[in-house]
Design a protein around this ligand. Structure first.
Ligand SMILES: [Zn+2]
Length: 79
C-alpha cells in the first residue's frame, strides 16, 4: 500500500468504517512509514478537536477539506 492510498482511505479508517483487511493494510503501512503516522496522528487530534472527543462521523465538508489537505501534503511532495 502506498502513501496516496492511505490518504484516500484515511477518513474511513479514522471513522472505523473500513473492513478489517483494509484496516490491517493501513496499520502495516503506518508501522513502516513515519510520514503517514504523523499525518494520521495529526488528523486524529484535529478530529478530536472538531468532534469534541466524541465518536461522531465527520461532516462531509470537513472530510473533503481534510482529504484535500492531506493529498497536497503527501502527493505534492517533490513539486
Ligand atoms: Zn506512507
Amino acid at each position: 500500500m502506498k502513501c496516496k492510498s492511505i490518504v484516500i482511505e484515511l477518513a474511513d479508517y479514522l471513522d472505523g468504517a473500513l473492513d478489517s483487511s483494509l484496516r490491517a493494510s493501513i496499520e502495516q503501512h503506518l508501522e513502516k512509514c513515519s510520514d503517514c503516522r504523523l499525518v494520521v496522528d495529526t488528523t486524529k487530534k484535529t478530529i478530536q478537536i472538531f468532534c469534541n472527543s466524541e465518536p461522531a462521523p465527520l461532516p462531509a465538508d470537513i472530510r473533503q477539506r481534510l482529504h484535500d489537505a492531506l493529498e497536497k501534503r503527501l502527493g505534492g511532495a517533490g513539486t
